[in-house]
Design a binder for this molecule. Structure first.
Ligand code: GLC
Length: 520
């Protein structure tokens, strides 16, 4: 398998509103991100050492869904800066060897996008067919499709003026584009080219398994058993043709441009089809992994199934947190942050870290009067905690979301020089990966382990790394093999470098360990 930056590198997701504010309006911006790049990678092990950034949307938007409602795909929203500031961010990132992928939101636009304004102006407008319109059925919505946001209810809203309903799988302010329309496909290809020409390294593709819906708008089945009968507005076979088209656009550029799809498909047999014949998007998020409870066997089972299903050309990637989900350590328990990090950064696959994960940021309870998201996602989107100053160094103004109460203790500055901190663990893990072909591109093999322990081996070019993760609160003894070894890294940094006998490795509670067998 060809070595590529997106297979071997570590990604870091930035939610631009929350990373760093540079102009005191309380909302993060692109210039703020540029100012903080050294935290991400300054070329030394004092920095996190990540290889690529995924930027959530910063395009022009009325912010009904904080940027996932785009009103101009080719411009930066003034809240976040300007195209010039984007170019500067990209150049500064590239100068540090950091690749940048941007969010592509092809499923829907804002209702203020000029395409939709034109489309809703009359039934005969040339842009009408850019969106999905249908007549009322028995005085109500055309079918029983539901929006993804629970609070929204029906996926249809009546446009009074033209007397038809339009489709929206998220907010009514996010009308769905009609992906049966070839002109829509061409228009989004042009959006991709616009950013690829500017030099971005690729895209994270929003709702990539949605997009295309039953052309006859038939109702969804009322009941499903094991995913049957299939839903008519999700994961249709025809979506793959769209992904193949995108891959062609990516491949028409040099420099190994890539895309990672948000594939909301839990059945891994269906999911694996998104890798196509190495002619669709290069990576795709596996939410089955993210959704597991903290049970070693459960994670092992998902990884094993995924390893079994992936064709030889396909490469996995893993993530535990993002801007839509409760942060992993709040779901699991902060004491497990370290072992979760070891798992994420040692499995076979590209790791995606969510901003703040490296210092153990947790979900922040939001008082009712400060709730701003329609779907309850504010707690995982709070400002990055840089230091102990007022507003954690995030802004001089009033932060758009409240800061965590613990920000005076839990912040980058406080953890930077503490070898026992989570930030230090992340740095050690990432820099260890860089020096280890086995961790970056090695094969995967499960190692039998006692209940509560997930253990596996990675191997490449004669180099081996053995990983053991203790998911429990008690000590566990595991046999990783025969012969001698050394602790390359443990969540307990005092163990680094400790000699071991592979036949009996003792793991402390919540410990994750990477072991290098001695070469014979
Ligand atoms: C994706 C995004 C989410 C957004 C939705 C609609 O799921 O991750 O944040 O609200 O799509 O664009």
């Amino acid at each position: 398998m060809r070595a590529t930056w997106w297979r071997e590198g570590v990604f870091y997701q930035i939610y631009p509103r929350s990373f760093q504010d540079s102009n005191g309006d309380g909302v993060g911006d692109l210039a703020g991100i540029t100012a903080r790049l050294d935290h991400l990678n300054d070329g030394t092990p004092g920095s996190l050492g990540i290889d690529a950034i995924w930027l959530s949307p910063f395009y022009r938007s009325p912010m009904a869904d904080f940027g996932y409602d785009v009103s101009d795909y080719r411009d930066v929203d003034p809240t976040f800066g300007s195209l010039r500031e984007f170019d500067r961010l990209l150049a500064e990132a590239h100068r540090r060897g950091i690749r940048v992928i941007v969010d592509l939101v092809p499923g829907h636009t804002s209702d203020r996008h000029p395409w939709f304004l034109a489309a809703r102006s009359s039934r005969t407008d040339p842009k009408r067919d850019f969106y999905v319109w249908a007549n009322p059925r028995r005085g109500g919505p055309p079918n029983n499709w539901r929006a993804v946001f629970k609070r929204v209810g029906s996926a249809w809203t009546l446009d009074e003026r033209t007397g038809q309903y339009y489709l929206h799988h998220f907010l009514p302010e996010q009308p769905d584009l009609n992906w049966w329309n070839r002109e829509v496909r061409a228009a989004i290809d042009d959006v991709m080219r616009f950013w690829l020409d500017r030099g971005v390294d690729g895209f994270r593709v929003d709702v990539a398994s949605g997009l295309i819906r039953d052309e006859r708008l038939r109702d969804n089945p009322r009941f499903q058993l094991l995913g049957r009968p299939r839903r008519r507005n999700w994961d249709l076979d025809e979506v793959h043709e769209i992904h193949r088209g995108w891959r062609k656009v990516l491949d028409s550029y040099d420099g190994d441009r890539m895309a990672v799809g948000e594939i909301g498909v839990r059945n891994l047999r269906r999911h694996v089809r998104y890798y196509g014949n190495d002619d669709e998007l290069q990576l795709s998020f596996n939410f089955r992994f993210l959704e597991q409870p903290w049970i070693a066997q459960r994670f092992r089972a998902v990884v094993e199934e995924w390893e079994r299903l992936l064709p030889a050309h396909a490469w996995p990637d893993y993530t535990l947190s993002n801007h839509d989900r409760s942060r992993a350590i709040s779901r699991y328990d902060p004491e497990r942050a370290g072992v979760a990090a070891v798992m994420l950064l040692t499995l076979r696959g590209t790791p995606f870290i969510y901003y703040g994960e490296e210092i153990g940021m947790t979900d922040v309870p939001i008082p009712a009067e400060r709730v701003v998201d329609v779907d309850g996602r504010d707690p995982e989107r709070t400002p990055m905690q840089w230091d102990a100053s007022a507003n954690a160094g995030f802004t001089n103004g009033h932060p758009w979301l409240p800061l965590a109460a613990d920000h005076t203790k839990r912040n980058v500055a406080a953890q930077r020089d503490d070898p026992a901190s989570l930030f230090s663990l992340y740095r050690r893990l990432i820099w260890l990966r860089k020096s280890s072909p086995a961790l970056r591109r090695g094969s995967y093999r499960t190692i039998a382990a006692p209940r509560g322990v997930f253990a596996f081996a990675r191997q490449a070019e004669g180099e081996r790394a053995l990983i053991a993760l203790n998911f429990t609160k008690s000590a566990q003894v595991v046999t990783l093999g025969t012969g001698d070894a050394t602790v390359a890294l443990s969540t307990d940094h005092a163990r680094d470098g400790e000699p071991l006998a592979l036949a009996s490795v003792e793991l402390r509670p919540d410990e994750g360990i990477v072991v290098e067998p001695s070469r014979r």
